[in-house]
Design a protein around this ligand. Structure first.
Ligand code: KIV
Length: 254
């Protein structure tokens, strides 16, 4: 698709119904992101979500049997401690979760894990720029690659991940010209999130695009729906009908 100049559309999903709907809408990649930690499980950041939880959510998405590629996100501490952990846990995402590929955060320092996972026959998507699993090291959720040194390092990281065998790389929260420079410096597709229009594809969190989140969305989010209102209106009308004795009607009884 990169060679053909066809842009790649990716969305997250964490359950079977959403996976079916985004697949039918034509997404190329469904990412079972560790963003599930915040948007599904209510944690403050992505650090606490367990591998068991990610395997469970990935399996739910895989059961939709989508046409799109299913990428399972490796959660924090499922690959950082050792190469053996990385391979064993990526294996669980594929074997139990049904993922067709996994995503690991980090540039050059993650390369040994990336190579080992690919060596086990599991395709790997890289992820550089703002890597939320390193939020404490980065000092918060900030745009990355502002200094010349950081720009050079990120371009080197992308090249290292390509050389390690990644089939694509997520670029998160980068100035648009750097998104373009990284995209031009590798032959594998880049998938941007807050990294401008020059990436080969774009990914967003499904809850953000359907307006199903608490609080303010990041600047790069475009909301295409208002699922919050759909749920709260339906729930409020149901409660009202039950309280009035309007539900169930004769037609809704056996
Ligand atoms: O966890 C996630 O959803 C992600 C993407 C948004 C890139 O990593």
């Amino acid at each position: 698709m990169k060679a053909a100049g066809e842009r790649i559309a990716a969305l997250t999903a964490y359950d079977v119904m959403t996976a079916k709907l985004v697949d039918a809408a034509g997404v190329d990649i469904i990412l079972v992101g560790d963003s599930a930690a915040t948007v599904v499980l209510g944690y403050e950041n992505t650090l606490p979500v367990s591998l068991d939880a990610m395997v469970l959510l990935t399996a739910a998405v895989s059961r939709a049997r989508p046409r799109a590629l299913v990428v399972g996100d490796m959660p924090f501490m499922s690959y950082q401690a050792s190469i053996a952990d990385a391979v064993r846990n990526a294996g669980r995402m594929v074997k139990e979760g049904g993922a067709e590929a996994v995503k690991l955060e980090g540039g050059s320092r993650t390369v040994p894990k990336v190579e080992a996972v690919i060596g086990a026959g599991i395709p790997v998507m890289g992820h550089i720029g703002l890597t939320p699993q390193s939020v404490h090291e980065l000092g918060g959720y900030r745009v990355q690659g502002r200094s010349d040194d950081d720009r050079r390092r990120l371009i080197d990281d992308a090249k290292a991940l390509e050389a390690a065998g990644c089939f694509s790389i997520v670029l998160e929260a980068l100035p648009p010209d750097l998104g373009g420079a990284i995209t031009d410096s590798v032959s594998i597709p880049t998938i941007g999130i807050g990294a401008g229009p020059l990436c080969d594809g774009q990914v967003l969190v499904i809850n953000d695009i359907i307006g199903y989140v608490d609080g303010r969305a990041p600047k790069f989010v475009r909301a295409y729906g208002d699922a919050r209102s759909v749920v709260s209106d339906a729930a409020a009308r149901f409660v009202g009908d039950v309280k009035k004795g309007d539900y169930p009607s004769d037609d809704e009884c056996y």
